[in-house]
Unconditional design. Structure first.
Length: 633
């Protein structure tokens, strides 16, 4: 369990394990671990865990079956393999965690990793030039994706809040200080999805889990000190130089973050000492300890309601204008983005919903959202998924996929609800409900408006937290099952895991061949072509293998061979525009401008929002000498 938690905690160093070359081997290791657990007789997961596992297996099976109708069957297989990784990881954790006390180690490890990353970021921001850590004026590193980086930091906040509730004064103050620093750094991401996820987490965890007053005051202290630092934090996005933050603004943000974190820790320590003093006093002091915190929260709530009512007309106008910006795809502009509705999400979601409505039963196939995206988009954004887990599942797997996802959510919800029920009497359950429950809620809300589910490091952390929520503090209930039935179940499970391992290994071998071929393309095109053919023999629908082989053939002036490979790619995936564009490039290099114009026109019809294709279709470039860099784009 701890090894998996540490792996998720360090995942920002490898882009959240996004690349197949990283998560593919991890999937094989997790399948082997699950087999060992199965053979060794791990504990029987609780029924909420079984629901989650059934849903994950259903998503993997549906993705694999969709290869039969998906345009890009190789992408469907990769999507299936990713769900296999998630199912295996969840299965290992659910079958091995021994009670709630042990389960606390998982969110604790995630919080420790987040704090280490936060410390690294603060050192970089506070000393020297850290502008390379930003994309535009938004914090992007070390993970390498703005919203993913923000999600990782937010996942670490809730375990810190959970442990702050139960720790002694000094440790509790340190936890509050760390959580405040994480929130401050998250603000620098300017992620609107994180704002939604954070609000949902606060609403769910404060409302559901007992111990609300103490938790609410922890959050109030953190929010107050983040508010103190807000101006220096937002200064990072103001008055950029060459599109990047000013170095002095970064130094100021680092100082504000450190001071606010320190201030939050000291404030919380003082409040705890006052509470301890009151608890040791007379009857009046103890009564005040009960009444004053609740009254203070009530007063803050009334002030918030009054401020909302007073600002209601402005809030209404802002909401209308931002909704208008959302549906009309206006730019969110510069500066603070948290309350901006601009951007391109509406276009992504509109196309996903359209794909679902056209094929509600089966969807377009896992990983095949782009089948219609480039044809129907209203922007120039090049994306591969609709930035929403529920909409991606609906578009790609239809109602069957939605039912599988519903099982996952039902299991996680049931696990949280059971843990909340036990939290009234069990301190470990309360800590787990806050720490792990907050992680799960925040992850799901954000991945409903983004593609966090495609980052295995972050999704593994969330699913691991879910497995901890559904932990069963009792021995394996299946030990009383008869030996023949146990052996049969083990044999069937081993066969399924072996098949899953083969499914994962296949795209890994394809990627290995492609990587070797690309390295040989310049120096030895013949070897590169052989590697491409090997990849195609494993995965006939791989466009990347077609492109590599065509480039290798073009390098040795075998234009007929290169053309044949690209035409085969167009038959393999008829809606893909890139093969037609590459055919246009190839014809241009041969001096066949009429043929090039026809190919570019075909590509432009499949991707009408790409201005370069329209320009090439109108006037192909002048013929050049045989290529020296291949035909890849």
């Amino acid at each position: 369990m701890l090894v998996i938690a540490v792996g998720c905690a360090i995942s920002p160093l490898w882009f959240g394990f996004y690349d197949l070359s990283v998560w593919g081997p991890i999937a094989l290791v997790m399948l082997a671990a699950l087999l060992a657990v199965l053979v060794g007789g791990g504990q029987l997961p609780s029924w909420p865990s079984q629901l989650v596992l059934a849903g994950l297996v259903g998503l993997a099976a549906g993705s694999w079956l969709s290869r039969s109708w998906a345009d890009a069957s190789d992408q469907a297989l990769i999507a299936a393999d990713r769900w296999i990784l998630y199912a295996a990881t969840f299965g290992v954790l659910a079958a091995t965690v021994r009670g709630r006390r042990a389960a606390l180690w998982f969110p604790g490890a995630i919080a420790t990793g987040a704090m280490a990353v936060a410390g690294y970021i603060l050192v970089r921001l506070g000393f020297g030039d850290a502008r390379e850590m930003f994309i535009g004026t938004r914090l992007n590193q070390p993970l390498g994706y703005v919203n993913g980086q923000a999600s990782y930091l937010l996942l670490g906040v809730w375990p810190l809040v959970a442990f702050a509730e139960r720790a002694r004064v000094a440790v509790s103050a340190a936890m509050v200080s760390g959580g405040t620093a994480l929130v401050c750094l998250t603000v620098m991401s300017q992620s609107r999805g994180i704002a939604l996820a954070g609000a949902a987490g606060v609403l769910a965890i404060v409302t559901l889990v007992p111990g609300r007053v103490r938790r609410a005051w922890i959050l109030v202290v953190m929010a107050a000190w983040v508010a103190v630092a807000i101006d220096p934090l937002l200064e990072v996005s103001r008055h950029p130089v060459a599109g990047l933050p000013r170095v002095d603004a970064l130094h100021g943000a680092a100082r504000a973050t450190a001071l606010s974190a320190l201030g939050a820790g000291i404030t919380w320590a003082i409040l705890q000492l006052l509470a301890a003093t009151a608890a040791g006093g007379g009857v009046r002091a103890r009564r005040a300890l009960t009444v004053v915190p609740r009254a203070g929260l009530g007063l803050l709530g009334l002030l918030a309601v009054a401020a909302t009512v007073a600002a209601a007309p402005r809030i209404t106008d802002t909401t209308r204008s931002q909704y208008d910006a959302f549906v009309h795809l206006r730019s969110p502009g510069t500066g603070a983005r948290f309350f901006s509705g601009g951007g391109h999400r509406y276009d992504y979601w509109r196309i996903a919903w359209g794909e679902f409505r056209e094929r509600p039963g089966s969807g377009v196939g896992a990983g095949n959202y782009t089948r219609d995206y480039y044809l129907r988009r209203r922007t120039a954004e090049n994306i591969r998924q609709p930035h929403s887990l529920p909409l991606q599942v609906l578009a790609e797997l239809g109602l069957a996929g939605a039912a599988a996802l519903a099982l996952v959510l039902a299991g996680l919800t049931a696990g949280l609800w059971r843990t909340v029920g036990a939290a009234r009497l069990d301190r470990d359950a309360r800590t787990l409900a806050v720490g792990a429950g907050g992680m799960v809620v925040c992850w799901f809300v954000q991945t409903s408006v983004d593609w966090i589910h495609l980052l295995p490091g972050l999704t593994g952390a969330a699913l691991g937290a879910g497995a901890m929520l559904t932990a069963v503090p009792r021995p394996h209930a299946a030990t009383r099952v008869g030996r023949p039935l146990r052996l049969a179940a083990t044999g069937l499970g081993a066969a399924l895991l072996a098949g899953s391992a083969l499914a994962v290994a296949r795209p890994l071998l394809v990627e290995h061949d492609l990587s070797r071929g690309r390295k040989q393309l310049r120096s030895n095109p013949g070897v590169a072509s052989a590697h491409a053919r090997s990849a195609r023999s494993l995965e006939p629908d791989s466009l990347a293998a077609h492109y590599l082989e065509a480039a290798a053939e073009a390098r040795v002036d075998n234009y007929d061979g290169a053309r044949a490979v690209l035409l085969e790619a167009t038959r393999s995936q008829p809606r893909a525009f890139v093969p037609w564009a590459l055919l246009g490039d190839l014809s241009t290099r041969r001096g066949d401008l009429a043929g090039a114009r026809a190919y570019y026109l075909r590509a432009a019809r499949l991707n009408p929002r790409e201005p370069s294709l329209r320009a090439l279709a109108r006037r192909p470039p002048a013929p050049t000498s045989p290529p020296t860099s291949g035909t890849t784009r």
